[in-house]
Ligand binder design. Sequence first.
Ligand code: ARG
Ligand code: ZN
Length: 878
Amino acid sequence: TAIQRLDYRAPTYWIATVDLTFDLDPAKTLITSKMAVKRNSAQAHGPLVLVGEELTLLRCLIDGEPVSFRQEGNDLVIDAPDRDFELTLRNTCAPEKNTALSGLYTSGGSFFTQCEAEGFRRITYFLDRPDVMAVYTVTLRADAAKYPVLLSNGNLLEQGTLDGGKHFAKWHDPFPKPSYLFAVVAGDLVAREQRITTRSGKDHLLQVYVRRGDLDKTEHAMNSLIASIVWDEKRFNLPLDLERFMVVGVSDFNMGAMENKGLNIFNTSALLCSPATATDADFQRVEAIVAHEYFHNWTGNRVTCRDWFQLSLKEGLTVFRDREFSMDMAGSASARAVQRIQQVRNLRAIQFPEDAGTMAHPVRPDSYVEINNFYTATVYEKGAEVVGLYQTLLGRDGFAKGMALYFERHDGQAVTCDDFAQAMADANPGSPLSSRLDAFKRWYSQPGTPHVAAQGEYDAEGHTYTLRLSQRNAKGPLPQVIPVRMGLVGPEGQALPLQLQGEIAARGTDTVLILEEAAQAFTFVNVMVPPVPSLLRGFSAPVLLEDGLSDPQLLTLLRFDADAFNRWEAGQRLSLKRLLRAARSGQPLQLDNAYVEAMRAVLRHADLDPAFKAEALKLPDAAYIAEQLEVVDPQAIHAAVEAAWDQLAAALRDDWAWAFDAHQVTGGYSPNAVDAGKRALANLALAMLVRGAVAQGDPVWPGRAYQRVKTASNMTERFGALAALVNAHAELAEPALVHFHALFADDALVIDKWFMLQARTPERGGAVFERAKKLLQHPDFTLKNPNRARSLLVQLCNMNPGAFHRSDAAGYVLWAEQVAAIDAINPQLAGRLARAMDRWSTLAEPYRTAAQEALKRLAERSTLSNDVREIVTKALGA
Ligand code: ARG
Ligand code: ZN
């Protein structure tokens, strides 16, 4: 029963206002709903069909009178009149039994909601679709001692005490919103508060609510929120539109966070941090997610999605916005480049495989069975890349104009990706976008990663350089509009002037070519020396580039390219070539001197930033390597990567030792990009030193790492040292893990890291898999908490191919068991784990057949959720 994008129809009725009353009780919560229902005269008259899941209906009245209705599956079909009316419903739900964490549920003794995408129907019967936008008034009644804090969207109208030790609070949200943005929180929480005045002179109250005891971990989130508010006003002229903006943390949560109007709810993993318990990467992530949810207030809430096929309208755009924010916060050009590198690494490791696999879908999907399965890297990250393409084509100012027109036209509406594209084009007449809008929109309709091939030809006599670009996409027949930012680098590293044949104006030393045909040639004139092309600078489009550059050419780019991203990319390509050669041939990898010296030069470079060096010295991810191969032997890739690390550890030993000593940060901890960069490089160096020492049987570096696990003053260094020991399979890994666990036994987020590290350790002889399997029995392990389940199972099955893909198929057997076990508790989480098999059909034997067997066995189960069923069915359809 797939839902099709083209089947969209506006509803027969709208809901203008809704008045909700909650009598909160964990076992049985009573909900009364009074709705002002309006006939949509654009549609023929028919029954009002509301949807509800796992609810008990107690009452259904129209204008106060009983009405005839029937329940068909999850539908409540009401014989409603052909006019406007008031509908009153009363129903119950069972929050403490709600382990799916969708709708109203309890966590740690408090109440929380998650309504996106379709959780509101688990609270009460409703037109639970994003184009139905209503004004909500919410009264919460609950035991005053157990639930002193009662929150919902918007402004607090009234609060007071009631008989029987109860109290109430009444909230009103003046902005019409779809049901997926509704939220309720009730519990024993405390808040960090801050009052701010925004540019317009308005005062606002900002609050971050957490459990008692976590207040000291909310400062960074509050600072990030304030910075986000300031940034959105400055960059896009988008102000905070509410008197009160609340953020709440909860430990049981399926995703990172949720942008409910005025009441954002966060996974504690995306909210809480302190130097002692969170790494630099965690600080970064919290800043980005706080910003992301805040930015949704405009891109998502003020202008929302007409239907769920348009999800990327808000998610791609909001990820783009949070990335721009994070880059501005990072400061220097080099720090921005490092962010871009991390984005691209992530895109290649997760989105590229998705786009090539059995769950491939366009940025705007055409059909789905379970919408929760489409909160994907394609919708989010590729969607953000597509938004970035507008900015590349229009420039920053043109993009800002497009945003302004988008809000001018659509504020308060539920719209489509087409509406966004149209606003961008209309705000920029005569731009490279407006003249090719239809072709550009293939980015929304075609799945698959375009492959771009480039070939250059230098004419030494005519002083011309001809660049031939071509594109193909195995999953999309039509050519796409691909902005290729590029430059030409001379043999001594000089940036060559770019003069295209037939053009009057020169283009400086950096330009954007637009590839829009299947094949195109661009000829540059007055090129006095044979150039090395530096293509796709800044990763200007989400494509796979095959430029066939030789090692000497890549070495030139690595040394000289003016574009930091492409400098990094050149290093990655040198590594990738070697890893692929070994993985293809099955021969042991042997790094050559030229490569090792290039890496040494990066590490020892006088001017490069430490953060950049750390990125440049890291090898490509196994998942990205696998995407370059027709047949994937995960163990061959694993062996190649491990051999490369071993050899880099040995060959650069003195350099790593220098790097470790030279990049110690003294003074107090600050998560700023400069200090974080030093720590990143020092941690990489330590990992290499411990690895090299373990291979040599030398106890010194493992001993130093162990000391650091005991004495480090911040989590970045402590966890870096622990990871160095564990990943190198050092003898001291075991006592270090024990020590670390004891230190943080009460801190769930740190214990998650402890599980994660062990589940993600590079495999050696099967020991990592065995350990992970044993950890399933650990007293701290539970499938009920998504963070904990993910930290062990998603890390092992989806992120650790060397441990997961075993010739005895034990990984697949465990996967099938655990998917089924989680599915009975939390289908959305099970769906995430189920994705581990997306790429089974490219596996080499014996993995391929064994993976298929496991998929089949899972598919045969009668009780699977829609979530898992859709993924498994699509996997087997391959
Ligand atoms: N809109 C949220 C965000 O991107 C994610 C919520 C996803 N919820 C879900 N049930 N899939 O910030
Ligand atoms: Zn989002």
